[in-house]
Structures are given as structure tokens and as C-alpha cells.
Write a protein that binds this ligand. Structure first.
Ligand SMILES: N[C@@H](CCC(=O)N[C@@H](CS)C(=O)NCC(=O)O)C(=O)O
Length: 323
């Protein structure tokens, strides 16, 4: 775990001293957009046109943000257009690595040892955290984006002319509602579990815990009379929630101390989670072994023994009873 400072790797844990024990996630810095015609998107520079084989995704199967991009790659039929390299679940003193002995696919493009080398290949004097996912442009040898919420928006439309895949997970009539749901779910739940788990003071943890379970209760109620978060169709908001829910009982309950209830205890969220898991292709994107290994083995300040629990027994293939 660490960060780059002027292109040099430094092994440091998250800073919480100035924030009374609160964990604050750093903003992603690299924010260009792939578009159908190469015009520039909402931020960054232009010149990143959707093309087959031009772009490559670097992901961790453990990471909920990277998981979003893998789900979109699957649902939008992008697998033959965009390659993937998977880092090892073990994120230790050099950060994310391509160590094949511990579960990485290896770096398919350059045979690098560590993800931080990709960041300095993009910018030799980069300063900041070295995070997944990374969307890489093989043609220009640059990082397009390291912000998952924007990568999934690109994947939603930019390649449609090539793939002919019309699925729209951010349809115009629902955008405002989806944005509102995201604004609610990101701080309370997606990042909320991290705010609980990475807190270094009782107060910061207890606050994050209360906000998290209040938000889950609200969503469970919402799903009592709605099949999905916005109604009858799955949207971006559901997939963004899913990547946290599917890790919850296996990791966040124990490792991050989010233990008021399990998702399995919620009458509506539990079936909803299974329904999303059972959508075609989605189970292929979920790797619970990487998920458990990553959190329990990498966060040595939380779990210094690095012992990974055997359980719980999850049965995500059980009938979901929704609809
Ligand atoms: N804003 C980023 C956040 C990505 C992120 O924080 N990824 C985590 C893994 S779950 C990471 O790579 N952390 C390494 C670090 O912070 O040093 C996104 O959504 O793409």
C-alpha cells in the first residue's frame, strides 16, 4: 500500500491524522473520455476514439470500483474489443502487483511487475495513489481514465457503433433519478463501508456505521415495492450498488466491522442481490476468493495476522423470489 510522489513509489498507509480518524478517499486525477468520434468528453482531452483493440483495462477482481467496469464490459458486449489484465489480490508494499504466483493474470501489454510502473509510464513524475481500475490507450501509450464512474459511462455508449449493443443503463428519462441514487449510495454505502473499516477513531467508525445501516434500511424499504432501484429495469444505479452488496457478507461484515446486519438478513436486499448475481454473465465477474484474499491479506493494519476466514457460506445461486 502506498503512493507515488514525483514518480517515486513510497510505502505509506492512508492518512487519517488530520481528519480525526476519518478515511477520506482521494479524487481520481486522470479523467479523459473515450467517445464514438474522438471528440472530447465532459472532462480532459479529446483524441480517444472508440476503436476495437485500442484500449485495455487494468482491474482487480477484489475492488468494487473496478468490478463496475468488468460488469459493463460484459453487459455491453465489449469483451472482444477491450482486453483486460488482472492484478494480484495481494496489495502489499509495492501496491497492486502483476505477480502471477499470487493470482494476477500478469500484465498482458508490457509485462510490468507493478501497477505503479504503468502510472509512471503514463507520467514519469506522477504524484498520487495508484488505483484500479485503469483504462489504458495502447495507441497513445497513455492512461485514458482511472475513474470507474466515468469509465462505465463511456462503456455505456461510446462503442455502440462497433458492437451494435443497444443496452442503455443510463437512459435519459431516468438520469436525474439515477444521479440522485448515486449521490446517496456512494457516500453512505459504497464508500461508507470503507469509512467504517478504515476509520482509526471510535467516533469516525460509529458515525460511518450508523449512516451505512440507515441507508441500507432505506434501500431495503425502497425495494419492497420496486423490482430495481428505479423501477422495472436495471440501471447504472443497481450495478453500482451491487458491487458493494456482493462483498458485504463475505468481507465488510467482519473485516470492516459493518456487523449490525448481513445483507442475507434483509428481506428485500437479499433476494435483490441474488437476482443481480444471477443475471447472464454476472457471476463470471465475481471472484470471492480474490475478494476475501485482498481485504484480509492486504490490510495488515486491520488484520495483522493476514489470516483469511473460511466462511461464510454464501449461496448466491439460490432462487431470488423477486418479480
Ligand atoms: N475513484 C476511483 C477509486 C478507485 C479505488 O480507490 N480503488 C482502490 C481499490 S478498491 C485502489 O486501487 N486502492 C489503492 C490505493 O488507494 O492505494 C474509482 O472509482 O475508480
Amino acid at each position: 500500500m502506498g503512493r507515488l510522489v514525483d514518480g517515486v513509489w513510497q510505502d505509506v498507509w492512508y492518512e487519517t491524522e488530520d481528519t480525526k480518524g476519518k478515511f477520506e478517499r482521494e479524487e481520481a486525477q486522470l479523467r479523459h473520455w473515450i467517445t464514438a468520434d474522438g471528440a472530447h468528453g465532459p472532462s480532459g482531452e479529446g483524441g480517444f476514439q472508440a476503436e476495437s483493440g485500442r484500449y485495455h483495462l487494468y482491474v482487480s477482481l477484489a475492488c468494487p470500483w473496478a468490478h463496475r467496469t468488468l460488469i459493463y464490459r460484459k453487459l455491453k458486449g465489449l469483451e472482444e474489443y477491450i482486453g483486460v489484465s488482472v492484478v494480484s489480490p495481494e496489495m502489499l508494499d509495492q501496491g497492486w502487483s502483476f505477480d502471477t504466483a499470487s493470482g494476477s493474470s500478469g500484465d498482458h501489454l508490457y509485462g510490468l511487475d507493478y501497477l505503479h510502473q504503468l502510472y509512471t509510464r503514463n507520467n514519469p513524475s506522477y504524484s498520487g495513489r495508484v488505483t484500479v481500475p485503469v483504462l489504458w490507450d495502447k495507441k497513445l501509450g497513455r492512461i485514458v481514465s482511472n475513474e470507474s464512474s466515468e469509465i462505465i459511462r463511456m462503456f455505456n455508449t461510446a462503442f455502440d457503433g462497433l458492437t451494435g449493443n443497444p443496452l442503455d443503463l443510463y437512459p435519459a428519462p431516468l438520469r436525474q433519478e439515477i444521479d440522485q441514487l448515486n449521490d446517496f449510495i456512494y457516500p453512505t454505502i459504497n464508500n461508507g463501508v470503507y469509512r467504517a473499516g478504515f476509520a482509526t477513531s471510535q467516533q469516525a467508525y460509529s458515525e460511518a456505521y450508523a449512516i451505512l445501516f440507515d441507508a441500507l434500511d432505506q434501500l431495503d424499504n425502497r425495494l419492497a415495492d420496486r423490482r430495481y432501484l428505479t423501477g422495472d429495469a436495471l440501471t447504472e444505479a443497481d450495478w453500482r450498488l451491487f458491487t458493494t452488496l456482493v462483498r458485504f457478507d463475505a468481507v465488510y461484515v467482519g473485516h470492516f466491522k459493518c456487523n449490525k446486519r448481513r445483507i442475507a438478513d434483509y428481506p428485500n436486499l437479499s433476494g435483490y442481490l441474488r437476482e443481480l448475481y444471477q443475471q447472464p454473465g454476472i457471476a463470471d465477474t465475481v471472484d470471492l476468493a480474490h475478494i476475501k484474499r485482498h481485504y484480509y491479506f492486504s490490510h495488515t493494519m486491520i488484520n495483522p495476522t493476514q489470516v483469511v476466514p473460511e466462511g461464510p457460506e454464501l449461496d448466491l445461486d439460490r432462487p431470488h423470489g423477486r418479480g
